[in-house]
Design a protein around this ligand. Structure first.
Ligand SMILES: NC(=O)C1=CN([C@@H]2O[C@H](COP(=O)(O)OP(=O)(O)OC[C@H]3O[C@@H](n4cnc5c(N)ncnc54)[C@H](O)[C@@H]3O)[C@@H](O)[C@H]2O)C=CC1
Ligand SMILES: O=C(CO)COP(=O)(O)O
Length: 337
């Protein structure tokens, strides 16, 4: 057993992105005793928090304490912050990082809390940080955690991954009675686990929506984990990380729960809803939709086969009809496990 960490907490935390998860994390940091500044892209979110003390647009019904200051001014949000939690949708991470890098103090840990892989490049978030914010400390926060669960005070555990001393300072900065971060220095494993599980949650959602049964769902979940592990190891992740909170833990949560937007998206596809209608503006964010082709791009570059992720990407692009997808998965050459 490792010795308990005595790392010092950061006094102030900046949170960039005030969707459900950014707002919930701001609340977590505030409950842990930090001073928090929460940057929102939408002026109406800043106004709502200032006037009503809650983010009625993305996390309604949750009162935010006074040690959270909402702002639309990025320079104000990052000023004096010991660490910055980056919580935009994954496909907007690069631009958010560039904007922050232009105004924040070099060397500040940029803690990516978004879960995804960049479409077009196939880059995982550690690589995006290195390119968009050179000179800053890369960090990841990920694990099985619905924003509302942790906001209402249900017990939640996540992993903070960074250079170990930074990971431990983040752990100390965010932990409180119902929020338990574990520290890790395996950034690749933690980043990949959180991103890939969204794609596999769409897959299990589809199987559920098609009424193929719980046995099929469990088989798919297990084979999804095998895929995730194969790619993770190729990218340099540790297998125990992938078996932890941000790999297996988040896969089990997201790929079995209708509360998950990704699983729900898959369910609706499996029930025959058109993908275009599920992606209309204003529909819930399902990160796996963009990450599926990105995951496939990255796996191809690493010469790794991901038949389930590929099938999801092909169904979402319209290249493969649903029935064809199941036939394709079940008629692959027989293998040993
Ligand atoms: N909601 C949850 O339970 C959890 C979410 N996450 C991750 O956190 C990230 C953010 O998700 P949520 O907070 O749930 O989002 P949300 O669905 O609650 O809110 C949407 C967010 O997207 C931003 N946004 C919309 N259009 C944009 C654009 N064009 N450019 C930049 N930003 C734009 C909005 O400002 C808002 O912050 C995602 O990567 C998600 O996977 C991770 C763990 C839990
Ligand atoms: O990442 C999450 C839980 O850990 C949230 O999942 P969804 O984005 O699918 O709702």
């Amino acid at each position: 057993m490792s010795a308990p960490s005595k790392a010092a907490a950061y006094e102030k935390i900046g949170v960039i992105g005030a969707g459900a998860w950014g707002t919930s994390l701001a609340l977590t940091a505030a409950r842990a005793g930090r001073k928090v500044s929460l940057w929102a892209r939408e002026p109406e979110v800043v106004e709502a928090i200032r006037k009503t003390g809650e983010n009625g647009i993305f996390l309604p019904g949750i009162a935010l304490p006074e040690n959270i200051t909402a702002t639309g001014d990025l320079a104000e949000a990052v000023s004096g912050a010991g660490a910055l939690l980056m919580v935009p949708p994954a496909q907007h991470l690069r631009s958010a990082l560039s904007a922050v890098a232009a105004v924040a103090a070099k060397g500040t840990p940029l803690v990516v809390c978004a879960k995804g892989i960049e479409r077009g490049t196939g880059k995982i978030v550690t690589e995006v940080i290195a390119e968009a914010a050179p000179g800053f400390e890369p960090a990841i926060l990920s694990g099985p955690s619905f924003a509302r669960d942790s906001a209402v005070g249900l017990p939640t555990a996540v992993t903070t991954a960074a250079r170990m001393d930074i990971a431990e300072r983040l752990q100390a900065s965010l932990s409180h009675a119902t929020f338990r971060p574990y520290a890790s220095d395996d950034l690749v494993g933690v980043a990949l686990g959180g991103a890939a599980k969204n794609v596999y949650a769409i897959a299990t959602g589809i199987v559920d929506g098609m009424g193929l049964g719980e046995s099929a769902r469990a088989a798919l979940l297990a084979r999804s984990f095998a895929e995730l592990t194969r790619l993770g190891i190729a990218l340099g992740a540790r297998s125990e990380t992938l078996m932890g909170l941000s790999g297996l833990g988040d896969l089990v949560l997201t790929a079995t729960s209708p509360t998950s937007r990704n699983f729900h998206f898959g369910q609706e596809v499996g029930r025959g809803r058109s993908i275009a209608s599920l992606r209309e503006p204003g529909k819930p964010l399902a990160e796996g939709v963009e990450t599926a082709p990105a995951l496939v791009t990255r796996a191809a570059a690493e010469k790794i086969e991901l038949p389930i992720a590929e099938t999801v990407a092909n169904v979402l692009s319209g290249a493969l009809p649903l029935d064809g997808a199941i036939v394709r998965l079940m008629t692959r050459p027989l293998k040993s496990e």
